[in-house]
Design a protein around this ligand. Structure first.
Ligand SMILES: O=C(CO)[C@@H](O)[C@H](O)COP(=O)(O)O
Ligand SMILES: [Fe+2]
Length: 226
């Protein structure tokens, strides 16, 4: 069976927030998803955008939204993002007391459900939850800020998740987020990731669309290797 094609999701955290619509459209023809980081200054010590901005931005681009909620009390807010038309809504396992129930609600609201695992959280206790989810987001930095350095040790979690997904014949994406660029994406793909968030590497580039294409090319080659 041939390897699935990689998903590349530029993170608008690294874009110009005064021109979000334009910045989203700049990658529209090249990207698979648009990654939207929602932070509440409680779960992480940073504050970004919330539901009203996501609702407005939804009308500005055709790209599927990959919403990454770095917030406390995701049960209160996550379904609103599904109702706003997000393709995938990811919340953190560290912030949720009943992740499976929230995943069900997100799916019922028409979105894919994503589970995120931060830098200091082991993956093993949560592997059995994966059948309830469509995406697993493994942080390759500490959640909260863009522009941080990729942590190679996180790839052990990616590999463990990939083994579990393979053994269970689960249909889901394993996504990595943080410090992904031309120098790190191949390692992440080789470890078993098949969806790649990139903020600085895309919006810090002269030509963001070209940066996305290059990242996808590198990931696809690494994923195709036996
Ligand atoms: O969730 C986060 C940060 O917490 C990310 O999505 C960052 O936006 C990734 O940015 P880069 O590390 O690619 O600059
Ligand atoms: Fe993110």
């Amino acid at each position: 069976m041939s390897a699935p094609s990689p998903v590349v999701a530029p993170s608008i955290l690294a874009a110009d927030f005064a021109r979000l619509a334009e910045e989203a459209r700049a990658v529209e023809d090249a990207a698979d998803w648009l990654h939207v980081d929602v932070m509440d200054n409680h779960f992480v010590p940073n504050l970004t955008i919330g539901l009203p901005v996501v609702q407005s931005l939804r009308a500005a681009t055709t790209l599927p939204f990959d919403v990454h909620l770095m917030i406390e009390d995701p049960r209160r807010w996550a379904p609103g993002y599904a109702d706003a038309g997000a393709y995938n809504v990811t919340f953190h396992v560290e912030a949720s007391d009943n992740p499976v129930s929230l995943a069900k609600d997100l799916r019922a609201a028409g979105a894919k459900a994503g589970l995120a695992v931060d830098r200091d959280t082991p993956i093993e206790p949560y592997l059995d939850l994966l059948p309830s989810f469509d995406t697993l987001l493994i942080m390759t930095i500490k959640a909260g800020f863009g522009g941080q350095k990729f942590i190679p040790a996180m790839l052990d979690k990616v590999a463990a998740a990939r083994r579990h997904v393979k053994a269970g014949h689960l249909e889901m994406r394993i996504e990595v987020d943080g410090g992904i660029g031309e120098d790190t994406i191949a390692q992440a793909a080789a470890a078993g990731a098949d969806a790649f968030v990139a903020g600085t590497a895309v919006y810090g580039a002269q030509d963001p669309a070209e940066a996305v294409r290059r990242l996808r090319g590198i990931a696809a080659r690494a994923m195709a290797e036996p």
